[in-house]
Design a binder for this molecule. Structure first.
Ligand SMILES: Cc1ncc(COP(=O)(O)O)c(C=O)c1O
Length: 435
């Protein structure tokens, strides 16, 4: 079967998911024959023949349902949305501004929303993006995509944390970027490793352009970088002529509502900050932004004319009303306390089931904890865990160099606390089997 071919090794998570999707498509009457698939496969672009990314596998896993205790995807909990309010806001946006809400928007985003987002950025940061310093994007991944289009020539290097968000690696690579790993420790990115990775990129003939950092409740480690390290990241990057790409997807989700100075705040001359409302509003509206030097933002806006042209105006009008009417600010304490309770639930469950076999980070915000199971290859563990009825994301794809690892990511964002002890017990059984 060549329908799904993989350039690299197939993870157990991916295998489980591809098998599921075959079963589903086998019963579809209109499914093309295997021979037809093969003919088309040969005509696909080389980049598409690599097969689905690890990220697609994670997304598929998270929608699998059943009795699985699912700690895989970094999804917000839809149970936390005020659907009545959102419905009213959407209806109001369509009724009161149909010529805006139902029309194309400028590639930079609606002027009124850009104003609102400039103020929103400065709500927690001692910096106000200038009128030309901010673009509205279709979520966080779109912002990362536009940065690649604006900054990367084929073969240019992006320095990435180890571990870091695997979806970003996929975006960088799909623009012919080369990901070069920096070094992280128990406190997050080690700033001095920017210089080592820079030299390594140069030695392999790649021009280092961008340093990608997730300073707040990082995906996947759950760690928050301290202010001193942030200052060093900005200083070193400035000295080396690197653009700091700061991803603040989880910045608003400190359980205690606190904020640490952002990289953008510390170095607005060298930083593009990308943010998303997918974790704190809804991924369904695909809303995000990027703020940084006007020259880079303008290049991103030009690039957007070649992708989706503009973020959806309907989502923009809904988000604008949600923020200006005070609903966004009011929702944050509710989200923080809900995710804090989930996090505590998972910490308790892990304490109960895994204290002798694993160690994990204790996040102060966000969606994730990073678990180390010494002596265990977590790719192998993932397959057994699925058999036991629990899902997580094995650690390897979070490392750009694809190293084997005894680490794995668990998301607590939408797993009911009542299921967590059972999930941890199943994971403990899988660990016993693999050892
Ligand atoms: C660190 C980080 N950046 C960006 C994204 C993607 O954001 P969006 O879904 O808005 O594209 C995610 C989603 O998981 C993420 O964890």
């Amino acid at each position: 079967m060549r329908r799904i071919a993989h350039a690299g090794p197939v993870s157990p998570t991916m295998r489980a998911m591809t098998e599921t999707s075959h079963t589903a498509s086998a019963s579809a009457r209109t499914a093309p024959t295997e021979a037809a698939h093969d003919a088309w496969f040969d005509r696909l672009a080389a980049r598409a023949q690599a097969g689905p990314s690890e990220l697609s596998a994670v997304l598929a896993m998270a929608s699998a349902g059943g009795d699985l205790v699912d700690f895989s995807g970094g999804f917000p909990d839809p149970g936390l949305y005020d659907t009545q309010l959102l419905g009213e806001t959407a209806a109001k946006a369509i009724e009161s501004r149909p010529e805006v809400a139902l029309q194309y928007a400028p590639n930079y985003g609606l002027a009124s929303l850009r104003e609102v987002l400039r103020a929103e950025v400065s709500r927690t940061q001692a910096v106000v993006p200038g009128p030309d310093d901010l673009i509205v994007t279709s979520g966080g991944v779109d912002a990362l995509t536009l940065i690649c289009k604006a900054m990367l020539n084929p073969g240019d290097a992006v320095l990435v944390e180890a571990p870091s968000y695997l979806g970003a690696f996929s975006v960088f690579r799909s623009h012919d970027g080369v990901c070069v790993s920096m070094e992280n420790d128990a406190h997050g990115l080690i700033p001095a490793s920017i210089e080592t990775a820079y030299a390594q990129a140069r030695a392999q003939g790649a021009e280092p352009k961008v340093v990608y950092v997730i300073p707040d409740f990082q995906n996947p480690s759950g760690l928050r970088l301290d202010r001193e390290r942030r200052r060093e990241v900005v200083e070193i990057s400035r000295r080396l002529g690197l653009l700091v790409l700061e991803d603040v997807a989880y910045r608003d989700l400190a359980f205690d509502g606190s904020y640490v100075d952002s990289l953008y705040e510390l170095g607005p001359d060298v930083t593009v900050q990308v943010g998303t409302f997918s974790k704190t509003f809804t991924p369904g509206t695909r809303m995000g932004w990027a703020a940084g030097p006007a020259t880079v933002i303008d290049a991103m806006a030009q690039a957007k004319t070649n992708t989706d042209q503009c973020a959806g105006a309907l989502g923009q009008t809904i988000l604008e009303a949600h923020i200006t009417e005070g609903h966004y600010a009011a929702s944050l304490p509710v989200l923080r306390s809900a995710y804090a309770a989930r996090c505590q639930g998972l910490m308790d469950a892990l304490d109960g089931a895994l204290s002798s076999s694993a160690a994990w980070t204790v996040p102060a915000g966000g969606f994730f904890t990073w678990v180390d199971v010494p002596g265990v290859d977590t790719k192998a563990l993932a397959a057994l865990a699925i058999e036991e009825g629990v899902a997580f994301v094995p650690g390897a794809p979070f490392f750009a160099d694809g190293r084997a690892t005894s680490q794995l990511r668990m998301s607590f964002s939408r797993t009911p606390v009542s299921r967590m002890a059972e999930g941890a017990a199943r994971l403990a059984r899988a660990i016993e089997r693999v050892r």
